[in-house]
Write a protein that binds this ligand. Structure first.
Ligand code: ADP
Ligand code: MG
Length: 480
């Protein structure tokens, strides 16, 4: 049986290999290889992935070549069969066959080093044209570039460090680069800008990978479940620029942290760039191993903070121009004033305005409309509702002078407006009955109670209820 012969030949190879590399590498890379057949002095071995094959070729080419020569003689040949379990086409047992090439005679002193080829010489037996370089999909969003990232006091340090890293890859001391800050403040945009810039400078020469820590964790769990942990590790060790987003997600995930720790060390040692982000400073990320935290502090940590008004305005203006949108400056001002906690929320506001105007076929959005459309989104930051505002809105509704509700007059229409205003003051502000009374011309708190109960009585009638709702609505609008 050729497969028995194959096993014998491969076992002989393994004996030699075992003596030449350390045990861990041996078990990781060589034990999983299966001998398939031996015929015409050609040994066919099966490896689990293209990446595996490339790894062997890159790291063990010389050793394998000498080993084959030793076991099969100088005319021995090696053929690879790659069986990909997770093949992208639906044919899961697809195998890629290596072309047969003669194995050149080996010199024992070549065992440890990578041989130098000169053109025209016999080629590396393991090279498959077109498969030479592992291409890694970077996962970068092409829109996240420095050119679209507005600088402000809030992000100046982080942004300039990021630029320096991209422009001086492998030659900067910001390794790892750790960006932290609250949600929606531009961390993802910034760290991806580094990747995109490096791509622009180095093309495909550098393997860049952007990954969220959540995906990293999921992939790792998947790899373990499928007995592919070492392949997972090797994949990551092949990366030149590793960008891991939101590493706070590693909290409490010990196994993932351990794996990441080893990958981190290997990459760092090789001078590969590591870029991380988190929603808080390294020392504040909970349930992360101390040794990882200490490594996060090896390079540079920089925070992104809440942008100030001017930067928010500049970002809005830029985004609008970038998307061919025209807004009145007072709308930018309104949004910049009311969306202070995240750039993402500001973008959400712009999108909502656009969506509404296109749905309702409105050519021009004015400030009043913008306020109305966005009122639900700005609730938390809305202006304080004062008793004065309530008084003026109520009186406005009934067409009476606002001072009247603060005076002693007992005219029926004023009494009604006064009672409604007192009722709404109780509903919409935190003022005490006493304060409310005082603001209505120094009335007693029992007068306020009386007003409230009589309004409560009246709104049992839907017509009155409607009136109250309308007034309430106008107060809310006016308070934005
Ligand atoms: P984070 O990762 O911190 O939660 P993101 O990077 O996802 O935030 O940013 C949210 C949105 O805000 C993105 O669309 C991003 O383009 C935008 N953004 C944030 N900061 C800036 C900035 N300084 N200039 C331009 N756009 C920004
Ligand atoms: Mg993010």
């Amino acid at each position: 049986m050729s497969s028995d012969n194959a096993k014998v030949a491969w076992d002989a190879c393994l004996n030699i290999i075992r003596d030449n590399i350390n045990y861990q590498k041996y078990t990781s890379w060589f034990e999983p290889i299966k001998p398939v057949k031996l015929s015409d002095n050609t040994l066919t071995i099966q490896v689990p992935s293209q990446f595996w094959y490339e790894w062997l070729e890159e790291h063990y080419y010389t050793m394998l070549r000498s080993t084959i020569s030793e076991v099969l003689g100088t005319d021995g040949k090696l053929e690879y069969s790659i069986v990909m379990e997770k093949s992208e086409d639906h044919n899961s047992d697809r195998s890629v066959r290596m072309p047969q090439r003669p194995v050149p005679p080996s010199k024992p002193q070549e065992m440890q080093g990578y041989p130098s080829h000169s053109p025209g010489m016999i080629q590396n037996p393991f090279v498959i044209p077109g498969l030479k370089k592992t291409k890694i999909e970077s996962n970068l969003n092409p829109n996240y570039v420095f050119e679209r990232y507005i600088e402000g006091d809030c992000n100046r340090l982080a942004r300039s460090a990021a630029m320096a890293i991209a422009e001086n890859l492998g030659n900067n001391s910001f390794n790892p680069f750790f960006v932290y800050g609250g949600v929606g403040l531009g961390k993802t945009h910034l760290i991806q800008s580094i990747g995109n810039k490096i791509k622009q400078i180095h093309g495909d020469e550098k393997n860049i990978l952007y990954i969220s820590s959540e995906s990293f964790t999921n992939e790792f769990v998947h790899a373990i479940r499928n007995n592919r942990a070492s392949e997972f590790t090797m994949f990551y060790r092949n990366i030149d620029v590793l960008i891991v987003d939101d590493i706070q997600f590693f909290s409490g995930k010990e196994k993932t942290q351990e794996e990441f720790f080893h990958i981190f060390n290997a990459l760092h040692q090789d001078g590969k760039q590591i870029i991380l982000s988190s929603d808080r400073a390294p020392k504040d990320v909970p349930d992360i191993e101390e040794r990882l935290i200490s490594r996060f502090n090896w390079g540079l940590s920089a925070d992104v903070q809440l942008p100030d008004f001017e930067t928010r305005y500049a970002i809005l203006e830029y985004k609008a121009r970038d998307n061919g949108i025209e807004f009145d400056p007072d709308i930018f001002e309104f949004i910049a004033h009311n969306f202070k906690s995240s750039v993402r929320d500001m973008e959400g506001a712009v999108i909502k305005l656009l969506a509404t105007s296109s749905l309702q076929k409105i050519d021009h959005i004015d400030l009043f409309m913008a306020k109305q459309v966005l009122k639900d989104m700005v609730k938390e930051t809305k202006k304080h509702i004062s008793i004065e505002l309530i008084q003026s809105q109520v009186c406005n509704y009934f067409g009476i002078d606002a001072n009247k509700v603060r005076e002693k007059t007992r005219k029926q229409e004023v009494v009604e407006a006064r009672q409604i205003a007192m009722y709404l003051a109780k509903q919409m502000t935190k003022s005490s009955l006493k304060t409310i009374g005082l603001q209505f011309g120094g009335r007693d708190h029992s007068t306020v109670i009386h007003a409230i109960t009589s309004v409560e009585d009246r709104i049992k009638n839907p017509k009155h209820q409607r009136i109250i709702k309308d007034i309430q609505h106008s107060i809310e609008l006016a308070s934005i």
